[in-house]
Design a binder for this molecule. Structure first.
Ligand SMILES: Cc1cc2nc3c(=O)[nH]c(=O)nc-3n(C[C@H](O)[C@H](O)[C@H](O)COP(=O)(O)OP(=O)(O)OC[C@H]3O[C@@H](n4cnc5c(N)ncnc54)[C@H](O)[C@@H]3O)c2cc1C
Length: 264
């Protein structure tokens, strides 16, 4: 296997355009290689590319690690970062790698959906920004072209004042989410609810959002209706981690608890 270690973005892009597989922290890619699911001849290491490690206000470089996000990220993204793997995984794993892998269980993805983040994609000849909903197209499938690198995640300049992330899994740490969720609520009551592991891509529960955003001080019955709408709007499957029924139930309960946290 040939490995390149460029120090500039143009050199990294040239390698990718020539067919090299990007390697950031390696916490997803090396698992694929070790299991024989990916056998790249040509790998381009991204860690020395300074442009990818930069973080300016609402623009987070793709090479920013979960450890850095835990330290200074927006509330719910930092909460998500804290649950990714172990300290070793958080030191190596990056937000760009999480987004590129596009696992339905990726812990970074519900936040991006909740705040309507965009993905900045650069090729040797173009730059484009795709809204999260145009970028994630299926289970581990994205709209990224083969000659593009994810260079940054662009968040809105102003984020909702209250945000909460939660994850349900079979244990408290080192666990892949059975359901992941972010709820945000702004000062004017506008609420967003984004979920992971309950559909092929991260999703928003728009009916629940609309209903609860209209409630200035949600009653017990409004909270119950919110929970019911979230449970109804998800599209989970039964797999080795959980049944469809449990995921549906857990999604509603988790979203309601996170909303209650935002309302405190
Ligand atoms: C033990 C363990 C526990 C884990 N726990 C969790 C968890 O709790 N939650 C969670 O969400 N994930 C978890 N993961 C998965 C992984 O750590 C994360 O998805 C991480 O964010 C991947 O980032 P990375 O930099 O290591 O990606 P890499 O492995 O380097 O790359 C992943 C994929 O993205 C591509 N890629 C990387 N960077 C770019 C870029 N800039 N542009 C285009 N393509 C790119 C690579 O080619 C590869 O296909 C775990 C993994 C392990 C091994």
């Amino acid at each position: 296997m040939e490995v390149h270690h460029p120090t500039s973005l143009p050199d990294a892009l040239r390698a990718v355009a020539a067919g090299a597989t990007p390697l950031a922290g390696g916490t997803d890619l090396m698992v694929e290689i070790n299991f024989g699911h990916a056998l790249p001849d040509h790998v381009v290491g991204l860690r020395r590319v300074e442009e990818l490690n930069s973080w300016e206000d609402s623009r987070i470089g793709a090479g920013v690690t979960w450890r850095r996000i835990d330290e200074k990220g927006p509330t719910a993204l930092a909460e998500a970062a804290r649950t990714v793997g172990s300290p070793q995984i958080r030191n190596a794993g990056t937000i760009g790698g999480n987004v590129a892998t596009a696992s339905p269980a990726g812990d970074g993805l519900p936040f991006l959906a909740a705040v309507d983040a965009s993905i900045e994609l650069v090729s040797p000849t173009s730059t484009r920004h795709l809204l999260w909903s145009d970028f994630f197209v299926g289970v581990k499938q994205t709209a990224k072209a083969p000659d593009e690198l994810i260079v940054a995640i662009q968040l809105p300049e102003r984020l909702p004042s209250r945000q909460a992330f939660g994850k349900v899994g079979s244990r408290n740490a080192m666990v892949i989410a059975t359901v992941g969720c972010v709820v945000t609520r702004d000062d004017d009551g506008k609420t967003t609810v984004a979920l992971g592991s309950v559909a092929p891509t991260p999703i928003r529960a728009f009916r629940a959002e609309e209903m609860i955003s209209a409630e200035t001080s949600p009653s017990e019955s409004a909270l119950f209706e919110f929970q019911r709408l979230v449970s109804e709007d998800v599209r989970p499957i039964t797999d080795h981690r959980s049944t469809e029924e449990y995921r549906r139930h857990a999604a509603g309960v988790l979203a309601r608890r996170l909303l209650e946290r935002c309302l405190r």
